[in-house]
Write a protein that binds this ligand. Structure first.
Ligand code: C5P
Length: 315
């Protein structure tokens, strides 16, 4: 098995050598900060968000086909097999590249759906990347970024992990180097939050109080050296709107806070909540406590910040 790098600076950095199958483990994201800076004329919201990759990954395998068709299978039957972000990404790639080929995509899901961890978006970014490497890389990193943005607001950021600042509606992404690295305890509430509904709730709650100036938390968070100092800089302006439309997330958040084991934050538009820890031992201890308290969540401990491992090829 050979490998090719999948880092931000080198989306496609190995010479294509003819393999027909490529595999990648797209990782999820957490929003450490999320400022919503108002509604744009196109209806999307202007954002300022510091995002990190989390070591909670799906597995995406792509096989090159001789015919220009896209096939998709997934172990999660709740994902529509005909219309999902992977099939849309592969179709867009074929259209943009003009490559006279198709792809069979197989997805194994581990990232929670509707959890604010970019599960669908990282699959879309991963699909674009795999289609490109299986087609002798006809598209530049810039074009892949543009296609990603066309597929969804937070697709392109997955080309720029392990940590990045996301601005605009998500299309302006700047990789950054975080002072801190450690572990996140992820608490997955049994709820799927609709992102458009969360933004609508934000508009209803905030109408005249939106600040077009970022809070400055992102810059502070980049420099924070410990989990505690970083947690002090974390903030998410979608949290309250999410609580208002999803009582289950509000209930879990309150219970997690009552455990007094650290600062609890919601990622993106929820429903996943996280606590940060400097060491794996401490993170596992917090995870055990959450499990024993029977709050009604599934719990994971994951390293942050991370980026996906290199693409693996099969003949
Ligand atoms: O771009 P994406 O399909 O991920 O966005 C889903 C929905 O989230 C949009 O239709 C919009 O309602 C909302 N959204 C927004 N502003 C953003 C990103 C998403 O209003 N920057």
């Amino acid at each position: 098995m050979s490998t090719a790098g999948a880092s931000s600076t080198s989306i496609c950095n190995s010479a294509f050598s003819g393999p027909s199958i490529a595999r990648l483990s797209p990782c999820a994201k957490l929003n450490l900060t999320l400022d919503v800076l108002g509604v744009r004329p196109d209806g999307f919201h202007e954002l300022d968000s510091l995002v990190v990759g989390v070591d909670l990954c799906d597995t995406l395998t792509c096989k090159r086909l001789a015919d220009p068709v896209v096939r998709f299978t997934c172990d999660d039957s709740t994902i529509d097999a005909k219309d999902n972000l992977c099939t849309r990404a592969a179709e867009l790639f074929i259209k943009a590249s003009g490559a006279p080929i198709g792809f069979a995509i197989k997805l194994i899901k581990r990232i929670p759906i509707g959890g604010g961890m970019g599960g669908g978006s990282c699959n879309a970014a991963g699909t674009l990347l795999l289609c490109n490497v299986l087609s002798k890389c006809p598209l530049s990193n810039e074009t892949l970024h543009e296609l990603g943005t066309a597929l969804g607001s937070d697709v392109a950021l997955f080309f720029h992990l392990p940590s990045a600042l996301m601005r605009g509606r998500g299309e302006f992404v700047t990789p950054v180097s975080l002072a801190w690295s450690g572990f996140a305890v992820l608490a997955v509430a049994k709820a799927e939050v609709s992102t458009p509904k969360a933004y609508k709730a934000f508009d209803a709650m905030m109408s005249n109080r939106v600040s077009a100036t970022p809070s400055g938390l992102s810059e502070k968070a980049i420099l924070a050296p410990t989990a505690r100092e970083l947690a002090d800089c974390c903030g998410n302006q979608l949290e309250k709107p999410v609580f208002s439309i999803c009582p289950e997330v509000a209930r879990v958040y309150k219970q997690l806070k009552n455990l007094n084991v650290g600062s609890v934050r919601v990622s993106g538009a929820g429903s996943v909540m996280y606590l940060l820890s400097d060491t794996e031992d401490e993170a596992r201890c917090i995870a055990r406590l959450i499990q024993e308290t029977r709050i009604g969540v599934s719990v994971h401990v994951a390293r942050v910040p991370v980026c996906p491992k290199p693409v693996e090829f099969e003949e």
